[in-house]
Design a protein around this ligand. Structure first.
Ligand code: AMP
Ligand code: GLY
Length: 421
């Protein structure tokens, strides 16, 4: 099987790492990939939003399987565009299914019709600024304000300051995030502990992958601004049999049932962003792809062959599959560039010490330079994943030891991933 993986982050490096372990993965291309993925397959310089160019590459190379890592091409309809290519397996939903991530108001109405627990919310458009401000006035703090569309992880503001909330509503509806905030949601605040669950869905059946918990705030103790994710752990100890069963019964199965009812043929990953409130699961968000950095702990825990799972997804035979997990405690720590999630410098030389045998290094924002040099190329640079039979702490200690063997100017990382577990 010839596989083309679209994306360039730590998620894609982790997927590539897993894919090439499959006997069925004859050749792997990553578009555009990063400084790490080139060692696992062939990086190809394709624009991930240029579906014609991707389609042409698929035809020229005889690609059998196209895996779409990030959400933007899915929300914009890459599957719909390339679906007519004969015998091509595409991993990722069409525009209709990807709207679960692409429009938070769509996701809310979807959950309302399926009776899936989520925070109450009301949607407003640009002509309803006054109504939005009146509604806000009737809410209790903290205020949760969300841009409806994709806003690169910056579209959610939570504040207890009423004045700031009013200003945010005005700013968003006045086009802060362009089209993404032409509609906004004002949402009830839920207090609880967050976790992420991943399903692979074939349009009829689904299987669960290892769950994870990610750490979004830049600072230790979950402080400071939100990032794409500073680290993750799997398994999640409080995701016990009871919470797992409730999550399946109240969220996962009803989601797939509702997709089927609406005639949405969803073939791809569904990432459920959840919060347990007094032991009850509520959906915070849906994503139509795997998480980053969650994939960097999920893939190392997945024992089952990924290519074979994805073939079953294509043939709608996931009901015939048992997914096996590695039980070890798995932690990933993201090494970042000084300044992130604000502005930061790129093109810093990265040195990696040899002797990292207990660590997996998944490149997130790196690029190769002439002479084999490796340079930073993003705010999140390298995810270090380590595993331990014993506990989360031992895995974290290993990851921190490895983190000290990777150096570049301005490097920082959170040393407390998993602190709350
Ligand atoms: P989202 O992009 O929707 O996942 O939101 C980003 C983060 O904001 C989530 O991971 C939560 O930590 C937080 N969040 C979103 N919605 C709520 C809510 N209704 N109540 C409490 N926290 C929330
Ligand atoms: N780590 C959160 C995400 O991938 O959206």
């Amino acid at each position: 099987m010839k596989v083309l993986l679209v994306g360039s982050g730590g998620r894609e490096h982790a997927l590539a790492w897993k894919l090439i372990q499959s006997e069925n993965c004859e050749q792997l291309f990553i578009a555009p990939g990063n400084g790490g993925t080139g060692a696992l397959g062939t990086n190809v310089q394709l624009d991930i939003n240029d579906y014609d160019a991707i389609g042409a590459f698929v035809r020229e190379q005889g690609i059998d399987m196209l895996i779409v890592g990030p959400e933007a091409p899915l929300v914009e309809g890459i599957r719909d565009h390339l679906e007519s290519i004969e015998d091509l397996i595409i991993v990722g939903p069409g525009k209709d299914g990807a709207a679960l991530e692409g429009s938070k108001s769509f996701a809310k109405s979807f959950m309302a019709s399926a009776g899936i627990p989520t925070a109450n919310a009301k949607t407003f458009d640009q002509s309803q600024l006054d109504a939005a401000l009146r509604f806000l006035g009737d809410m209790q703090p903290p205020y949760v304000l969300k841009a409806d569309g994709l806003a690169a992880g910056k579209g959610v503001i939570i504040t207890s300051d009423y004045k700031e909330a009013r200003e945010t509503v005005e700013r968003m509806l006045n086009g802060q995030f362009g089209k993404a905030s032409s509609h906004i949601l004002i949402e009830q605040f839920l207090s609880g502990i967050e976790y992420s669950v991943f399903a692979l869905c074939d349009g009829k059946n689904w299987v669960l992958l290892p769950e994870a918990k990610d750490y979004k705030r830049v600072g230790e103790g979950d402080t400071g601004p939100n990032t794409g994710g500073m680290g993750a752990v799997s398994p999640v100890p409080f995701f016990n049999t009871t919470l797992r069963q409730k999550t399946i019964d109240k969220v996962i199965q009803p989601t797939v049932d509702e997709l089927i009812k609406r005639g949405i043929d969803y073939k791809g990953f569904i990432f459920f962003g959840l919060i347990a409130v007094d032991g009850e699961p509520y959906v915070i968000e849906y994503n139509c792809r795997m998480g980053d950095p969650e994939t960097e702990v999920v893939m190392p825990r997945l024992k089952t062959d990924l290519v074979s799972l994805l073939e079953h997804m294509h043939h709608q035979t996931l009901d015939k599959v048992t997914v096996e997990f590695d039980g070890r405690h798995t932690v990933t720590v993201m090494l970042c560039s000084e300044g992130y999630p604000g502005s930061y410098e790129k093109k810093k030389t990265i040195h990696i010490d040899v002797g990292l045998h207990e660590a997996l290094l998944f490149h997130a924002g790196t690029t190769g330079a002439e002479g084999g040099e490796l340079l930073t190329n993003g705010g999140r640079v390298i995810a270090i994943t380590c595993q331990s039979e014993d506990d989360v702490t031992s895995a974290l200690v290993k990851a921190m030891t490895a983190a000290e063997k990777v150096s570049f100017e301005g490097k920082f990382y959170r040393k407390d991933i998993g602190f709350d577990l």
